[in-house]
Structure formats: C-alpha cells, structure tokens
Design a protein around this ligand. Structure first.
Ligand SMILES: [Zn+2]
Length: 178
C-alpha cells in the first residue's frame, strides 16, 4: 500500500512541525504522515509496526510523521546529522522515535506531556520545559535563575525530570504489553 505524505492528514501541531522541518531542513523530506487502520494492520502483519495505538493513525488526524534524508543515505548513521533536526522538532513539541524506544530515528510524534499543568502545579518558570529537555543544562540554569537557594531549586528541577522519565517509561511499557 502506498504511504501517505499528505500534510493535511496531520493535526495542527504535527502539521506545524512538519512545515518547519521542510522549510528549515532542505536536506530532508517527509516519508509518511497519516495511516488508515487497514494500513496499520498490514504493517503489524509485516512486522514493521507493533501497536494499533500508532500516532500515525488518523482519528481523525495523525500525530506523527516520518522523515528521510535526500541523497545516498536515507537514514544517516551519523548522529550529528540528526541532532539539529531533533532539537528543532523538540522545540515544536515533537518527540523523536529514538528517544522513546532507542531506534527508529526517522519517526517524530507529538510530545503529550502537559507542561503547562506541571508548571502551574510546581510554580516553575515559564521556560522550564525547555530546560527539562536537557538535564545537562539544569545546573547552569539553577545558578543563573535562582541564586538565592540553588540547591533547593536544583532538587526541584531534578525531581521534575524524574517524574517525566517515569511517565515516559510507563507509557512505553503500556504499549509493549498491549
Ligand atoms: Zn513513524
């Protein structure tokens, strides 16, 4: 079955990220957007997908898209070619397949962590979610933003990171045991 590359298959959020990708990374293209239930069943039968809960499924819109590189290497092995793209997609609220299950670099899906809720519950600064995405930055951020009690602040940020990791792991386990 032919893969759909129609950006209209995507939710507004995914559509926006896909447009950013195509505009800013001319070396890349979109390989697949939305999938029908029939296509997904076929993929599972072929062993290239393992869940009927795929973000590619359109109900009514898909929340994921797959990309490729133009040229000889569709999916480059050199991680450095991916990093700028992954970082930019994160800014657009998309998770990379690699960070979710350690493979499938080409897949981007909507990050559903409710950052606003967590921010409000914990009285965190507006730009905290960006910081959360890169734990390495936490110490720098702590020093520059909350010199009054850096230890307590760092502790808080670290516990938030753990909470996010827990949620992510739980989600993956749920998918695998389905
Ligand atoms: Zn995908």
């Amino acid at each position: 079955m032919k893969l759909s590359r129609d950006l209209n298959d995507l939710t507004d959020k995914s559509n926006y990220a896909a447009c950013v990708l195509l505009n800013e990374f001319k070396q890349c293209g979109i390989n697949e957007t939305g999938r029908t239930k029939e296509q997904q069943r076929e993929n599972i039968a072929k062993g290239v997908s393992w869940t009927m809960d795929s973000y590619h499924l359109m109900n009514p819109k898909a929340r994921a898209f797959d990309i490729y590189f133009k040229g000889d290497e569709l999916y480059p092995k050199d991680i450095n070619r991916w990093i700028p793209i992954i970082n930019r997609m994160k800014e657009c609220g998309m998770d990379c397949g690699y960070t979710l299950w350690g493979k499938d670099w080409m897949h981007f899906q909507e990050d559903e962590t409710d950052y606003n809720q967590i921010k409000m519950e914990n009285n965190l600064p507006t730009d905290w979610s960006k910081i959360m995405r890169d734990e390495v930055n936490i110490l720098d951020y702590t020093v520059s933003h909350n010199a009054a009690d850096p230890d307590a602040f760092e502790e808080k940020l670290r516990s938030m990171v753990e909470l996010m990791i827990d949620r992510r792991v739980k989600k993956i386990l749920e998918k695998l045991t389905k």
